[in-house]
Design a protein around this ligand. Structure first.
Ligand SMILES: [Zn+2]
Length: 437
């Protein structure tokens, strides 16, 4: 049974790839730089219409590439979401729900596929190695000051690694810089909140700060809550300045022109859209699921914006097609090229999961917790329009039932046993992020 399902999936997913990697020595194969800005809200990028100049580097990246304005994560949690991107599987299929769990070792992940195709593979990250390390020949944990959780400052470790490679490379860069606690330096606070003098002044915004805002034990004004956003934006501008230097360094090394750069986030953050601040992980609302997604480099259209709904499970197959690498047989995403070249007209269905909840988004509607949201008129999903649209509810609930059955079938083949293994050091880091009590 297992082999039959895998064979069927292989037929469904390989489609259209003629060339094997042995035939691709001319021209030189592009490098890949995959950047995860953990907890980055899509709507705080300048290129996505934000009024502050928070992201000049990412705006410039989008200008020389392709910006997806409706990209979706499959889970509002770091381990689940990153595993979905790296395996092209939905959370309940890969089964990695917590930090410290490992995907099924038989799965071929994105770094493993690139390594098998001859790529040098390196990760520079604040993620736990146990979950994500397979396929990376270099695994560099970005040490942070636990007080601030900033992982990025000097990225010479990455550029030195790139400079020492003699074959095409795949680098994965991930950090918690815009994740709680919000702890920007004064020069960045000055950019957005020079005159703030409320109850949060002089403090980092931490997990316990937002918990106190949410439960009312800390009384805050609208200006105080805006200050939480100000600090987030200060963290973001600091992060973007680091990306500016990284891209300039890679360009000076002659590496950038032949590098596919992909920027995404694993989930967003809550700024009161549904009543809560800074808690991500507890709902499947839009502020947590919609994420930035930018592609730039060889094979990518220049200066294009795509509004179609796309998914993080689609990123790995897109990379495989750009590099003309055969898809691993288990993957569930679809390459994005048919969207950007205009040949795909049918909207993709997006499914997101947490615990036993699922949401389905399709053609501008979102079905979640038996409610229906018209995202075209109500982009944050706050007004239930199920009663007025029984036909849409029926269509989306049937689709979600079909996905659920498919997930169960796939999980029977590839899901991990779910054992959590954490070293004391990994526990300490996760506690600092607020993931462990
Ligand atoms: Zn995360």
């Amino acid at each position: 049974m297992k082999k039959r399902i895998l064979a069927l999936l292989a037929v469904l997913t390989v489609g259209g790839l003629a060339a094997g990697c042995g035939q691709l020595s001319e021209p030189p194969r592009p490098n890949v730089l995959l950047i995860s800005a953990d907890t980055l809200r899509f709507d705080h990028l300048g290129v996505n219409g934000y009024e502050r100049d928070t992201t000049p580097a990412l705006d410039a990246l989008a200008a020389r590439g392709l910006n997806f304005t409706h990209a979706y994560s499959h889970a509002p949690q770091t381990a689940m979401s990153h595993t979905s991107l790296l395996t092209s599987l939905y959370p309940s299929v890969h089964g990695v729900f917590e930090h410290g769990q490992e995907p099924d070792p038989d799965l071929v992940t994105l770094p493993e596929a690139l390594q098998a195709a001859g790529y040098a593979t390196g990760a520079f990250t604040q993620l736990n190695g146990r979950t994500f390390e397979p396929g990376f020949e270099t695994w560099h944990y970005l040490e942070s000051e636990l007080e601030s959780n900033k992982g990025l400052a000097d990225l010479s470790v990455l550029t030195d690694w790139v400079g020492a490679r003699e074959k095409p490379w795949f680098a994965f860069l991930h950090s918690y810089d815009v994740h709680l606690p919000y702890s920007p330096e004064e020069e960045y606070i000055e950019m957005w909140a020079p005159d703030y003098d409320g109850v949060l002044k002089g403090e980092f915004v931490r997990r316990r700060t937002v918990d106190a805002v949410n439960d009312g034990s800390l009384v805050t004004t609208e200006r105080d809550r805006q200050y939480i956003v100000d600090l987030y934006d200060a963290e973001l501008r600091r992060l973007d300045d680091i990306y500016t230097k990284l891209f300039a360094d890679l360009e000076a090394m002659g590496e950038l022109d032949n590098t596919i750069v992909i920027l995404f986030s694993d989930h967003g953050e809550e700024f009161g859209e549904h009543g809560n601040w800074g808690r991500h992980s507890y709902t499947l609302h839009e502020e947590l699921l919609r994420v930035p997604l930018i592609f730039a480099g060889p094979g990518i259209p220049v200066g294009q914006t795509e509004d179609a709904a796309v998914r993080l499970v689609d990123v790995a197959p897109t990379i495989f097609d750009l590099l003309q690498i055969e898809h691993p047989e288990h993957i569930m995403g679809e390459a994005l090229q048919p969207i950007w070249d205009g040949t795909e007209r049918t909207p993709r269905q997006v499914v997101a999961e947490r615990n036993n909840e699922r949401a389905l988004i399709h053609a501008g509607f979102k079905y979640y917790q038996d409610k229906l949201y018209d995202l075209r008129a109500d982009p944050w999903g706050t007004v239930d329009v199920a009663a007025e649209n029984p036909d849409v509810v029926e269509r989306l609930s049937v689709a979600l039932t079909d996905w659920t059955a498919r997930f169960a079938e796939m999980a029977a083949v590839v899901r991990t046993d779910g054992t959590i293994r954490l070293t004391p050091e990994e526990e300490r880091r996760l506690r600092a992020l607020g993931y462990l009590q």
